[in-house]
Design a protein around this ligand. Structure first.
Ligand SMILES: O=C(CO)[C@H](O)[C@H](O)COP(=O)(O)O
Length: 238
């Protein structure tokens, strides 16, 4: 039986194999993307030449520690590939992201990428999204009103707190509202409704963005899902 950490690691290390010399790479955030950054760092120290941007200050620090030099975004046009984690994904590669609070930079980076590869352990794959509370980044001004608007969509809302019990503040100076729906039956419609609330900066539904998901499984295999295809295959990584 492979434990959760190893499921994340095998998925992330498989994805790192897609990174090739000369590519422009987006580095994701979270405990699964962490392993991809470690692997890419190892490849860079071995001579791989890439340009990279990170989706959070935490991933920036990790990348630099690993010897991956980061390029300012204004010096990059499109990215070839971004490797990032997810909190939930369904068979159509619709995602909930933002558990680590980095959803805004992650979505901007994913949108700018020719290819978004999601890495996750198999617990994250669900038939319907919504068991994981949907993170929504909101501006601090009048956040109480924004919370009321979010609650009118049929969810219970909690402003995320940090360990010292103050509000968690994102890398962009905003708050995160974690929105618990029973289940999200129509993610596309919800995405549009969230986007129309003033005060919402961005939300963690990523729809039509992921090209591929690499899922690390308990039996030590990786399952690969492609957008637009219901076929999945499990393979032993070597
Ligand atoms: O969206 C994210 C951060 O904002 C992460 O990718 C997501 O929370 C998954 O994290 P982990 O790999 O630690 O489970």
């Amino acid at each position: 039986m492979t434990n959760e950490k190893n499921m994340k690691k095998i998925a992330a290390e498989h994805a790192a194999k897609y990174v090739q010399d000369g590519m422009r790479i987006g580095l994701g955030t979270g405990s699964t993307a962490y392993y991809a950054i470690l692997k890419i760092g190892e490849m860079v120290r071995g001579g791989l030449n890439i340009q990279a941007v990170a989706t959070s200050e935490a991933s920036e620090r990790l990348a630099v520690e690993q010897g991956i030099s980061l390029t300012p975004v204004q010096h990059m046009d499109r990215l070839d590939l971004t490797i990032d984690g997810a909190d939930e994904l369904d068979d159509r590669l619709r995602l909930i992201k933002g558990g680590g609070g980095a959803l805004l930079r992650e979505k901007i980076t994913a949108y700018q990428s020719d290819r978004l590869v999601i890495v996750a352990d198999e617990v994250k794959q669900v038939t319907q999204l919504g068991a994981f509370p949907l993170p929504v980044e909101i501006v601090p001004f009048a956040y109480e009103w924004t919370v009321q608007s979010l609650a009118r969509l049929g969810c219970s809302v909690q402003i995320r707190r940090n360990l010292s019990e103050g509000f968690y503040v994102t890398d962009n100076g905003n708050y995160i509202a974690d929105c618990k729906f029973q289940l999200i039956t129509h993610p596309e419609e919800l995405s549009m409704r969230l986007g129309s609330i003033p005060g919402v900066v961005e939300h963690g539904l990523f729809i039509g963005m992921a090209d591929q998901a690499i899922i690390g499984c308990q039996d030590g295999t990786v399952r690969i899902l492609h957008s637009g295809s219901s076929e999945a295959k499990n393979i032993f990584d070597s």
